[in-house]
Design a protein around this ligand. Structure first.
Ligand SMILES: [Fe+2]
Length: 386
């Protein structure tokens, strides 16, 4: 018998049986908040620690921006209190580094200084600091400010948790569908690629990315017997299947941050001629982001292997997409731009890492990945529209 992370292998006569074991339990979060103090003056840090002593805080200390950034790289921090005047890159640049990094940008930062002058305060806030306090510090003012900032951070954390749960649910739904593989990732990548080619603003690209994952989340309400039924669906089964559009919209509606994605979720099965569902919208009435997603969706389904078919080549898929537009079902102009995009010699339409998972708003990717992806998509869009 051998044991590796999350799995035990039991050797039997002539066969091997693999039993999945649960991964080790996660360390439970404590109610204590972690505060990072970044100040080169020992006395300043000591004084602040004294003021915060009575609170349920875990205090980490750094004497320089470098040390502070190292701590942020390995610890989960809820609040940063940093001095404006710091050795090395200085307080303002430290602040810019924190706010420019996807992993740390949502940590509130309270900047302190004994340098008087409105210009310092403006420079501090412009570099991304959330609050500014002038010395001499009043203990009550500091504690009140710290409490308020930690409250905000908690609200942001719970919002992020709720989004993470929704994305996990969407991936669970995708896993139930036996045919789709990494469909959501490829769909997100293809949709963002088309959106970039069209020159859409970043907010729309983020909505497209999220839509790639969340568009079918309503299938959580569709039973396996309908979702994976091989043959023809009865009228009643078809009605259940179609409900995944508005059910999905209902699941995501309570999350304010997902508002731009709702039209994608609800209307990704509409048709240009009005024969789609659930609202029977036609032409430009169909939200643009939903039209983009459905073109990408059809293309990915065509170029994917299914139990009933081999994957189509790009040329075959392009021909069928054009046929869909000629039939009056798809936005012909969008289909034209999409086809030109996927027919570029260096475009790899099956490469889901065209867009790193969670590059737009998720936690797993690095800023560097997102930057490279954006650059490559912008380059590609120039080629397509040349
Ligand atoms: Fe769908």
């Amino acid at each position: 018998m051998s044991n590796e992370a999350g799995r035990v292998t039991v050797a039997r006569e002539g066969e091997e049986t693999k039993i999945l074991l649960p991964p080790p339990a996660a360390v439970l979060p404590t109610s204590r908040s972690t505060i990072l103090l970044v100040d080169s003056v020992d006395h300043n840090r000591q004084y602040l620690k004294g003021m915060l002593k009575a609170g349920p805080h875990r205090i980490l200390e750094a004497k320089s921006p470098d040390e502070g950034l190292q701590i942020l790289g390995r610890e989960v921090v809820d609040l940063i209190i940093a001095d404006l005047v710091l050795p090395g890159i200085g307080g303002l640049e430290f602040c810019r580094c924190v706010k420019g990094n996807r992993k740390t940008r949502l940590i509130p930062l309270l900047m302190m200084t004994n340098v008087q002058g409105i210009e310092n305060e403006v420079a501090g806030l412009e570099s991304g600091a959330d609050e500014f306090l002038l010395r001499p510090l009043h203990p009550t003012a500091v504690r009140t400010r710290v409490r308020a900032m930690l409250r905000n951070k908690k609200a942001i954390d719970s919002l992020e948790e709720a989004e993470t749960i929704l994305f996990s649910l969407a991936q669970t739904v995708e896993a139930r569908d036996e045919e789709t593989g990494n469909h959501c990732e490829r769909l997100a990548a293809l949709s963002v690629a088309l959106g970039t080619t069209l020159g859409l603003p970043e907010d729309d690209l983020i909505a497209l990315y999220r839509g790639g994952f969340l568009h079918d989340i309503g299938k959580v309400a569709v039973p396996d017997s309908v979702l994976n039924k091989g043959g023809h669906l009865t009228e009643q089964e078809w009605a259940v299947m179609k409900s995944h559009t508005w059910v999905g919209e209902g699941i995501c509606r309570p999350m304010k941050s997902l508002a731009p994605v709702l039209p994608v979720i609800r209307n990704h099965h509409e048709r240009w001629d009005g024969s789609g569902y659930p609202d029977g919208l036609a032409g430009e009435q169909i939200p643009l982001l939903a039209r983009i997603l459905q073109v990408a969706d059809i293309f990915d389904a065509l170029t994917s292997k299914r139990s009933y078919k081999e994957p189509y080549t790009v040329e075959e898929a392009v021909a069928l997409l054009r046929q869909e537009a000629d039939n009056g079902w798809r936005d012909g102009e969008l289909v034209s731009v999409f086809c030109a995009m996927v027919q570029q010699p260096d475009f790899n339409c099956r490469q889901s890492d065209l867009l790193p998972v969670a590059a737009w708003g998720g936690a797993r990717s690095e800023d560097e990945d997102a930057r490279k992806m954006r650059e490559s998509l912008v380059r590609m869009s120039r080629e397509v529209l040349r």
